[in-house]
Structure formats: C-alpha cells, structure tokens
Design a protein around this ligand. Structure first.
Ligand code: PMP
Length: 425
C-alpha cells in the first residue's frame, strides 16, 4: 500500500484544492473508536467522520446487513421499482421522532438535500415564500442551503448569488448574548421576523436544536419551545434540522426531546446511516402529503444499501442503548472539560449535551474569539494521536464528537491529550 506521503502527492495533482482534509494522513482502517492510516499511525476518534459513525466504523450489524443486501440487489431506484427496506426506514423515522401525530417520511442522500426538501415541502404546503434561519446556522453547501447557512468563509465566499426569500434572525447564544433568557431571546427573534418578514409570509422556520458547525451552541432553555409556539400560531412550519444532533448523539433519539419540542418536520442524516449516505425528512402527514406525486425524490434517495445500513444502525442504537451511552459520555467528558475551562482564562466555556461537547476559546479576560489558539490546540491533538475537529462562526470552538460506542479507556486517553494540548504555552 502506498504511504500517506505518496498518496498526498498524487492528491495534490488530482483532487480539487477546494476539497480539503483535516489530517494529512490516508486511512487504511477504522473501528469503534480509532482511525488507522496506511503508515500504521493510529488516532483516537473524537470526530466520527463529522458525527456520522455513532455506531462505530464497520459496525458488525451494518456490515452484515449491507453485505446481505449487496448480494441481493444494489439499486433499482425506489421511484422505479420499490423495495421494503425504504418503507421500513420511513417507519423507523416516524416511530423515533418526537410527536405522536400522523407522519410520513421521504429519503434522500445528504443532509443538504434533506434540508432543501423540507423547504420545498413547507413552501408547497403553505403556499408561502419566506424561510427564517438563525445566526450561526449551518444547513449545507447547495445553493439553497448555502443561503440558509450563516458563515461566509469558507462556505459561501464567492459562491453567490444565493436563493432569495431567506431571512436571518438572532440566535440564543448564552455565552454571547449577555445571558438573555430563552424566552427573551425568542421574543427578540420573533420581533425581527414580524417586523422584517411578516409572520403570514413565513413558510418555514429552520433551526438546529443545538447548532453544529456554528459552534455547538446550546440555546437557553425555553428558546426553542417559544419559537415552536410562535410558528404554530403563525401557520409557519417548524423544521428541526437534526442532521448533526439526531440519532442518540445528544443523549436522546432527537435533541428536540430535551426541550419538549414536537417539530412539524425533522431533517436527519449523518448518524442515521451507520456510515452510508442516507438522509430523511419526516413529519406531519398533512404537510408531507401536500406535495403532488412525483414532486419529491431522486435517483439514489433511500438506496437499498443505505437503507440496509440505516436499519442496522438503528437496531444497534436500540440494542446497545446508545442514547444512554451518549449520556454516560457526557458524564465522563463534560466535567473534565468544565475543569479545564475553570482553570484556563482562555477558555470561556465548556458546553454541549450527550456526546456533542465543546470548548470555546477566547482571549483571556474578554469574549474575543481566539481561533489561532483553537487551531493550535487541535493540531497538537492530531500530532499526539487524537482526531478532533474545530467549528464555530469564529473558528474558536474545539468540538468533541466521539463514536457512541467508544470505550472509556480511549475517552480517558483522548482527554489526557486535550489536557496536554491545552496546557502548551
Ligand atoms: N445540517 C446540519 C445541522 C449539519 O450539521 C450538516 C452537516 N454538517 C448539514 C445540514 C449538511 O449535511 P451534508 O453535509 O450531509 O449535506
């Protein structure tokens, strides 16, 4: 097998520069809590391929289910010749998402595609144009979802013009909004919507219950429920983008549950597929079924291999109770991160829920973001054998997204590496 250095050289001449990688190393194999490169170097995995491999890499049930499917048939297109596993995945989405009302679901390939379709459905069902999104939001890289995404660099820079009728309003960001309560932050957002958009024009309000790429921002309690209540009153569709937070990541099947929210529509992807590309939109039957036959779909959406993987991933999550595993991880990791934050004036806050945890770096004594130190800490972690990511509008958040099946010893070793990296001058 060629070395990482050799492959990297070929990559520079073959792969577009716009597609970048965190590690300069090329993967040979990966398991429950680790990634190994072709040179035999190993990293503890606190990234999960950006919150995807919650059940671990090559999880036994997923491998078995995909192999079995691979041998029966690989693709017929659900829109041409349908198959049971697509229906089963939709049934699982209906059963697992909050809300006991009648639901329908549809499957897609990526998170961005799911978000696009949620917006299509909401616009079609309401006959309204406007979509409300939030500061620090991330919803994808397609033209519509770039417009929904907040951060210019690297996601939007010189990629416009963007889709119209997107309106951005203030988020609840407890560290950075002066401790505004959830209900007060919701009033601020709703005020902006009513004055600048008009409630009657709003097709959908799209929000991540805990923001992912934007910085693992956990809104103050009461923010989401107040927005959901407003949306209900205004006849707007409340869409929870649970692409990063869903499927046990935050310690429950969906993060909306922590706030007692029953979204009209939920978008899912990432952890759902156990490593294979699959996404979904699930929600109120009257909204989903408002769309005419043939109005939703795509060649690969709910591909049989991805459906087999998703069913096996859900079974694994149930069998191993990975929601409880995420809560256990929070119990092991968050106190350690809080301890670091308490002792380091350059760390403003440790926060997060379940196995979606973060440290936000600032210049000591201020709330000025410190992306340079954040990047240095992440790099020191990589050098010491821990695969970890950064995020945040200001690039100053170190985020932890371990597979939910990671062992406590790997977690402890990972935390030691973070402590050492943070302690460096
Ligand atoms: N929404 C959220 C909340 C996400 O975290 C992401 C991916 N980071 C997306 C949408 C887009 O998903 P994908 O990359 O699969 O298109």
């Amino acid at each position: 097998m060629p070395s990482s250095g050799e492959v990297h050289k070929r990559r520079l001449a073959a792969v577009a520069r716009g597609v970048s990688s965190v590690l300069p190393a090329y993967v040979e194999s990966a398991a429950g809590g680790s990634v190994r490169d072709v040179d035999g170097r190993e990293w503890i995995d606190f990234a999960s391929g950006i919150a995807v491999t919650s059940v671990g890499n090559s999880a036994p049930r997923v491998v078995e289910a995909v192999r079995e499917q691979l041998e029966r048939f690989t693709h017929t297109c659900f829109m041409v010749a349908p198959y049971e596993s697509y229906v089963s995945v939709c049934e699982q989405l209906i059963a697992l998402t909050p809300g006991s009302f009648e639901k329908r679901a549809a499957l897609f390939n990526s998170g961005a595609e799911a978000v696009e379709n949620a917006v299509k459905i909401a616009r079609h069902a309401t006959g309204r144009p406007a979509v409300v999104v939030f500061d620090h939001a991330y919803h994808g890289r397609t033209n519509l979802t770039m417009a929904l995404t907040a951060k210019a660099m690297p996601y939007k820079h010189r990629f416009g013009p963007f889709a119209p009728e997107i309106y951005r309003v203030p988020m609840s960001y407890p560290l950075r909004d002066g401790g505004l309560s959830g209900p007060d932050a919701a009033i601020r957002a709703i005020d902006t919507i009513e004055k600048q958009v008009g409630g009657a024009n709003v097709a959908a309000l799209v929000i991540e219950p805990i923001q992912g790429e934007g910085g693992f921002v956990v809104p103050a309690p009461g923010f989401l429920s107040a927005l959901a209540a407003w949306a209900r009153g205004a006849g707007a569709v409340f869409v929870a983008d649970e692409i990063q937070t869903g499927f046990c990541r935050t310690g429950s099947w969906f993060a909306s549950e922590h706030e007692g929210i029953e979204p009209d529509l939920v978008t899912t992807a990432k952890g759902m597929g156990g490593g294979l590309p699959i996404a979904g939109v699930v929600g109120r039957a009257e909204l989903m079924d408002a769309v005419h036959a043939g109005g939703l779909g795509g060649t690969y959406g709910g591909n049989p291999l991805a459906c087999a993987a998703a069913l096996a991933a859900v079974e694994t999550m149930r069998e191993l109770d990975l929601a409880a595993a995420a809560r256990t991880l929070e119990g092991q990791v968050l106190p350690a991160l809080s301890d670091l934050a308490a002792r380091d004036p350059g760390i403003a806050e440790a926060r997060g829920r379940g196995a979606m945890l973060a440290l936000e770096f600032v210049r000591p004594g201020t709330l000025d973001p410190d992306p340079v130190r954040t990047a240095a800490v992440a790099r020191a972690c990589h050098d010491a054998g821990l695969l970890i990511l950064t995020c945040g509008t200001y690039g100053n958040v170190l985020r932890l997204l371990p597979p939910l099946v990671i062992g406590p010893a790997d977690v402890a070793r990972g935390l030691d590496i973070i402590r050492t990296a943070v302690a460096r001058p």
